[in-house]
Ligand binder design. Structure first.
Ligand SMILES: NC(=O)c1ccc[n+]([C@@H]2O[C@H](COP(=O)([O-])OP(=O)(O)OC[C@H]3O[C@@H](n4cnc5c(N)ncnc54)[C@H](OP(=O)(O)O)[C@@H]3O)[C@@H](O)[C@H]2O)c1
Length: 313
């Protein structure tokens, strides 16, 4: 397969590059906003691409003629999305549409669109792929609009909904686990909400799951997440235990008390049976996922063959 990845410098993008890169039968083109990449493996081509610029997207996609586009590029800061709705729509919805325009002219081309548990209101969990979306934030609305654009449009594809993505990578944005680790390292007590619940998902596993879905020519919507549903407070205590910190540093609070600007679903637990039945796999539970992440942090330079900087974990 000729695979084009957007947002390849993000957490999931990096893991996808590593997952696809391990398999020599795939040809990869990584793209992101930066003019240059930190990936050095010569099997990875890289080109700068802003998916909000239609002319650039058209010329790159038409020239490369990918069999698969995995669109991970997105505005992912849920509170920032609430503040800047125009920019959110331009990237999260119009960006996908820009990819669909040249992709429809390539017969074999499929798109994998990353989506989120935030398409649900969190009041009637657990959710499967037939559950009715009802977003309570602008981020959730934009992700749902993108899903609908792909599912009703002319390009075949897969909508992969995931949640509470965590992992380590080169220069990636803070995620829940890295944020909790930063707090624990300070050794100062801190609070974490206990009224937001969902399935933590190791980014490496999600990348592997996407590869499995593509290999099996799946289409439609899939929930791909870790198997356990945990509230954030319990998850944070688990992180402390597995990384050898004192869980007593963490105490519970509520969403109302911390006052985030975007609403969050209180419980967006996923049912992942459709994915498991299609691929015969279950993603890692938190003990295994966090253990793997801890090992990657310890190994530090294990991916230097792929990246130009040993700070990649
Ligand atoms: N993180 C989660 O918990 C979570 C949960 C559910 C679903 N998802 C979805 O999963 C996907 C991947 O998430 P992630 O956590 O890996 O995201 P991420 O780390 O924020 O990566 C997104 C990447 O896209 C790039 N980007 C931003 N604007 C772009 C543009 N106009 N054109 C091309 N690239 C652009 C970013 O570059 P800069 O860093 O330079 O801006 C970044 O490298 C997203 O679609 C997200 O909505 C994430």
């Amino acid at each position: 397969m000729r695979v084009l990845i957007t947002g390849a410098h993000g957490l999931l993008g990096q893991k996808l590059a590593l997952a696809f890169g391990r398999e020599s039968r795939h040809e990869l083109l990584l793209t992101d906003l930066a003019p240059r990449t930190f990936f050095i493996n010569n099997r990875f081509d890289y080109q700068q691409l802003d998916i909000t610029l239609l002319a650039d997207v058209k010329s790159l996609v038409s020239a490369y003629r990918p069999d698969v586009i995995v669109n991970t590029a997105a505005m992912t800061n849920v509170d920032a999305c609430e503040e800047d709705r125009q920019a959110t729509w331009r990237l999260n919805v119009d960006g996908l549409k820009n990819l669909m325009i040249p992709a429809r002219r390539i017969e074999s081309c499929r798109i994998v669109q990353l989506s989120s548990d935030y398409v649900f209101d969190g009041r009637s969990a657990p959710y499967d792929e037939h559950s009715r979306p009802k977003p309570v934030s602008y981020y959730g609305k934009s992700k749902l609009a993108a899903e609908n654009a792909l599912l009703t449009g002319p390009v075949a594809g897969i909508v992969v909904r995931t949640q509470v993505l965590y992992g380590t990578g080169y220069d990636v944005r803070s995620n829940f686990v890295t944020w909790v680790l930063e707090q624990l390292e300070k050794g100062v007590p801190f609070r974490v909400v206990d009224d937001q619940r969902g399935n933590p998902t190791l980014a490496d596993d999600l990348a592997f799951g996407i590869l499995q879905l593509l290999d099996r020519s799946c289409s439609g919507v899939y929930h791909v997440s870790g198997p356990e549903s945990l509230d954030r407070f319990s998850f944070a205590r688990k992180i402390a235990e597995i990384f050898g910190f004192d869980p007593a540093l963490i105490s519970p609070t509520t969403s109302e008390e911390i006052g985030q600007s975007a609403n969050r679903p209180p419980d967006s637990t996923f049912i992942t049976l459709k994915f498991e039945a299609a691929c015969g796999e279950r993603l890692s539970d938190t003990a295994r996922g966090l253990g793997r992440m801890r090992q990657q942090l310890r190994d530090g330079a294990s991916h230097t063959d792929l990246l130009s900087d040993s700070r990649f974990h």
